[in-house]
Design a protein around this ligand. Structure first.
Ligand code: GTP
Length: 364
């Protein structure tokens, strides 16, 4: 019997067992067993055959959100409330074993939401499956860090540290440092502003640490040594992060108010369905999604089937998202909406569209 089957057996038995004084020990034992098997699943297998089991989830939909958080913060509850994929929620820890893709359908977009197992401390060092958790997070467009509003702030710091140590940078732009390894000529070091955190010597020492002796380095901002290292390693992932504080039904209104005012933070209660609309709106905003509607000549726009795109895209992207040959065949486009001065306006491939624009494509 595989671990997953053993777990499901125990789960069934727990569900069958009535909760009372007489069954207390039995239940306790079952839960302990369950926890043991579940923690085994969290460890990397020696045979190296644990690649599957829910972690290789295909990227689908218009955007992908990695849900990250400690056990029992309410991730499963959030998933089952917002998506159509059911994930078992329970009052004990480590309910979520596999990474179950749930899809949020919002404003016509499919936002893939991945429910990852609660990260444990030290996950970045390769302990348990935390490593894979982080691998999934790296492929996401956004990290949704779920926190328990009743728990201390240190939880958030721990998670941030975990992500940080595997090279994930949250809500931080890529350091504005130009860096290029050269074949010869030593180090050419320059900056366009005053540097208060590093100097040439430090930069040189860091580079030597990576066995780089010839390079061109240009600081375009007052960056730190850590920023430089990020640029040298070049394998960092810069992701927006939304902190979602759940269980606000358990804390005072003053506390809710204080948390809600923190940057990148949304307060919710999954159980009581409080503020979930605002969470979805914020998610949409953070993912930079827009909707563009197409219209055939002489017909009303198709508002049921919009195109889901990212902020900043042009008519060319609109064409590509319909058919790859369309851009080459385009004569011009007519656009109605906030991106134009008047509606309709005749525009070319380079025109940037905005949310809710209506586009009519005229072919040559
Ligand atoms: N008071 C309160 N409890 C909540 C809320 N949301 C979830 N819970 C409870 O928190 C417990 C854990 O919820 P889950 O959704 O299983 O948490 P999880 O993060 O998926 O936990 P793991 O699967 O162990 O990682 C359950 O008993 C939920 O009923 C909420 O908004 N308020």
């Amino acid at each position: 019997m595989g671990i997953l089957e053993k777990i499901s057996e125990i789960e069934k038995e727990i569900a069958r067992t009535q909760k009372n004084k007489a069954t207390e020990y039995h239940l306790g034992l079952l839960k302990a067993k369950l926890a043991k098997y579940r923690s085994q699943l969290l460890e990397p297998s020696k045979k190296g055959g644990d690649k599957g089991e829910g972690f290789d989830v295909l990227k689908s939909g218009d955007a992908r959100v990695a849900l990250i958080g400690f056990p029992s913060v309410g991730k499963s509850t959030l998933l089952s409330t917002l998506t159509h994929t059911h994930s078992e929620a329970a009052s004990y820890e480590f309910t979520t074993l596999t990474c179950i893709p749930g899809v949020i359908e919002y404003r016509g977009a499919n936002i893939q939401l991945l429910d990852l197992p609660g990260i444990i401390e030290g996950a970045a060092q390769g302990k348990g499956r935390g490593r894979q958790v982080i691998a999934v997070a790296r492929t996401a467009d956004l990290v949704l860090m779920m926190l328990d509003a009743t728990k201390p702030y240190v939880h958030r710091q721990l998670l941030e540290k975990e992500l940080e140590s595997v090279g994930i940078r949250l809500n931080k732009p890529k350091p504005n440092i130009y860096f290029k390894v050269k074949k010869g000529g030593g180090l050419s070091f320059n900056s366009t502003c005053q540097l208060t955190k590093v100097d040439e010597k430090l930069v040189q020492m860091i580079l030597h640490e990576y066995k780089i002796f010839n390079a061109e380095v240009l600081f375009r901002e007052d960056a730190t040594a850590d920023d430089l290292i990020d640029v040298i390693l070049a394998n960092r992932v810069y992701l927006p992060c939304l902190y979602v504080y759940n269980k606000i039904d358990q804390i005072s209104i003053q506390e809710v108010d204080r948390i809600a005012r923190q940057p990148h933070s949304v307060v919710v209660s999954c159980n009581m369905k409080l503020n979930l609309d605002f969470l979805l709106e914020t998610l949409w905003e953070y993912l930079s999604l827009i909707r563009v509607y197409t219209k055939k000549p002489g017909q009303p726009p198709d508002f049921d089937d919009g195109l889901i795109l990212r902020k900043g895209v042009t008519i060319e992207h609109v064409c590509h998202s319909i058919h790859r040959t369309l851009a080459a065949a385009l004569k011009y486009a007519l656009v109605w909406g906030t991106s134009t001065k008047y509606s309709p306006q005749r525009v070319g491939l380079g025109h940037t569209v905005q949310d809710e624009d209506v586009v009519q494509l005229i072919k040559k």
